[in-house]
Design a protein around this ligand. Structure first.
Ligand code: GDP
Length: 199
């Protein structure tokens, strides 16, 4: 799959604006500032297709990027404290609307900063995905911020913190040095293939 052939397609601010789901979708979800935009940009080798947030939590829309045989879907980052309650509710409605509208979701990439224990919002999302049997993996970002020993210790800890999600793949990643990128690409390709075979 060619990850470099990519175009920004659409930003949806309401459920009604969601474009038709006609090709497999790879969904990126995570807390604001977790490194979601950096992951997307690294995968497609573009500096700023997804906007790396100087101001976290600014993405209030679901953004769609078109690749040749799939779409990347960038969900708004959640958990940003400085956002009003009404705005948070709007985001929640938008994300729930997206996830529950029978779309061609091939894979959800749930993103967690490897250095920190998952937040309540992370667990809420993970529980939701796990309970509804959604196809998802967890990408652990900012791997480069830990030295080898600290990384190994933290990996053990986070495996414990995520042990309830049996069988869910954990993929450590760094947007700074590209560590783990091939694994993320392989997983994306495998899920798209699996999805197309099922159809
Ligand atoms: P988003 O809000 O989830 O889209 O997160 P961004 O991609 O905007 O990243 C938030 C901040 O973390 C930015 O300052 C990025 O440069 C930084 N960042 C993201 N990924 C990594 C990574 O893998 N390693 C390091 N060291 N910093 C990262």
């Amino acid at each position: 799959m060619n990850f470099n052939e990519v175009n920004f397609e659409f930003a949806a601010g309401t459920v009604k604006q969601l474009p038709q789901s006609d090709i497999p979708e790879i969904v990126f979800s995570g807390h604001s500032n977790v490194g979601k935009s950096s992951l997307i940009n690294k995968l497609v080798q573009r500096k700023s297709l997804a906007r790396v947030s100087a101001q976290p939590g600014k993405t209030a829309t679901i953004n769609f990027y078109r690749l040749r045989n799939c779409r990347f879907v960038d969900l708004p980052g959640y958990g940003y404290a400085k956002v009003s309650k009404a705005e948070k509710e709007r985001w929640a409605g938008l994300v729930e609307g997206y996830l529950s509208s029978q779309r061609k979701i091939a894979l959800i990439i749930q993103i967690i900063d490897i250095r920190h224990k998952p937040t309540k919002d992370d667990y809420d999302m993970l529980n939701f995905l796990y309970q509804c049997n959604a196809p998802f993996v967890i990408v652990l970002t900012k791997k480069d911020k830990l030295k080898k020993a600290a990384y190994e210790k933290r990996l053990d800890e986070i495996m414990d913190e995520l042990q309830d999600y049996e069988g869910v793949e954990l993929l450590p990643f760094s947007a700074v040095n590209g560590d783990g990128m091939d694994d993320v690409k392989e997983v994306i390709e495998a899920y798209i293939e699996g999805f197309e075979e099922e159809e």
